[in-house]
Design a protein around this ligand. Structure first.
Ligand code: GDD
Ligand code: MG
Length: 346
């Protein structure tokens, strides 16, 4: 089987982080996000993947090329104008023609067992199967109602609080039979959630839901992006860490320098070349990208600093996200929840 990953959204909810980087390749614990999805597809035996995209395609091509480095084959279906979640699937059709396909929204992190989901799809003889998860607040997602035989009876994208009659939502993981492509208009902006799925229901197609009760997160807002880091660092989502771990769960890259009296408390990550000043404290859920510098006496906790961030002396950073090469002067204040784009200077 082959897969299509939708990576064309402009990431507006992630602004300003996504002004210079598509959200699908923002670093998660030092690794471009899509790599996790590629690894998940590989685990299910899928080695040929189409990235369907339009926004900053070269940034993504620069990271993944033809996929050889990750031992997969990657194709790029590039759209001139955003085609929407359905149009983007259609635009990738020529690479997967005639075969069933797995489709992933390119901004979700989940351990949904794809092999089991594909087996369920086949056993149920579905035309389309959606992966489903349960969340506390379904209003930001596509709400799904199922009957007793796991067939979908209703799909409602972004319901109002009154309409939210279930907590089961579309996880952004699909298995489609080839016939699904015939239901999507070509070359038009078309939404799977507002067009294709209601259309499958209207046509009384076999349209099933595979409920997953494991880990699931959409990383598409700064808050969720931050809390996903905490989940990974706390072990709720398992990844092979690429940096060596000290015994207090501090993962350290090469050439990291730690000043006298500095305290490191895990779980935390300090990538290659980070410098921690005297008496500074790197506290749980701090992630410091390559070459970050934290000045004397400064404290970093529950924050994500992309590469090259320079923090002066006596600064407290808690629950902030700082883009590449941000400069935070000594003794300045940033309130929790702050998000600064690349190259910001306070
Ligand atoms: N190629 C392409 N072109 N990709 C697109 C486009 C487009 O025009 N628009 C969105 N995408 C990609 C995004 O990059 C993302 O990976 C995926 O499609 C979903 O788009 P989002 O903008 O993140 O949608 P959402 O999070 O509001 O809602 C979707 O995901 C939820 C689960 O996270 C819907 O599918 C919901 O039903 C679902 O619950
Ligand atoms: Mg999303």
């Amino acid at each position: 089987m082959k897969a299509i990953i939708l990576v064309g959204g402009q990431g507006t909810r992630m602004h300003p982080l996504t002004d210079h980087l598509p959200k699908n390749i923002v670093p998660l614990c030092g690794v471009p996000f899509l790599t996790y999805q590629i690894e998940q597809l590989k685990k299910a035996g899928i080695q040929e993947i189409v990235f369907s995209l339009g926004y900053r395609p070269h940034d993504i091509q620069k990271v993944y090329g033809d996929g050889r480095r990750l031992k997969v084959k990657i194709h790029y279906a590039i759209e001139k104008e955003p085609l929407g979640t359905g149009g983007a699937v259609k635009n990738a059709e020529s690479f997967v023609k005639g075969h069933p396909v797995v489709v992933l929204n390119g901004d979700i992190l989940t351990d949904i067992p794809l092999k089991k989901m594909i087996a369920f799809h086949k056993e149920s003889q579905n035309t389309a199967t959606l992966g489903l998860v349960r969340v506390e607040d379904p209003t930001a997602y596509g709400l799904v109602l199922l009957d007793r035989r796991s067939q979908i009876t209703r799909f409602l994208e972004k319901p109002t609080p009154e309409e939210a009659v279930t907590d089961t939502i579309n996880a952004g993981v699909y298995v489609f039979e080839p016939g699904v492509f015939d239901l999507i208009p070509k070359g038009q902006n078309y939404s799977s959630e507002r067009g294709l799925f209601p259309g499958l229901l209207a046509a009384k197609a076999r349209f099933g839901g595979f409920v997953w009760r494991g880990y699931w997160q959409d990383i598409g807002t700064p808050r969720k992006y931050l809390t996903t880091h905490w989940d990974v660092l706390n072990g709720a989502f398992k990844i092979p860490m690429k940096f060596k771990a000290l015994k207090n769960k501090v993962h350290i890259g090469k050439g990291v320098r730690i000043g006298k009296g500095a305290i490191l408390q895990g779980p935390a990550i300090l990538e290659d070349g980070c410098v921690v000043g005297e008496g500074a404290r790197i506290l749980p859920c701090a992630v410091l990208g390559k070459g970050c510098k934290v000045g004397e006496g400064s404290v970093v906790s529950k924050s994500v600093l992309w590469e090259g961030v320079q923090v002066g002396e006596g600064v407290q950073l808690e629950e902030v996200i700082l883009g590449r090469r941000c400069l935070v002067p000594s003794h300045s204040r940033l309130s929790p929840g702050s998000v600064l784009g690349d190259d910001s200077q306070l």
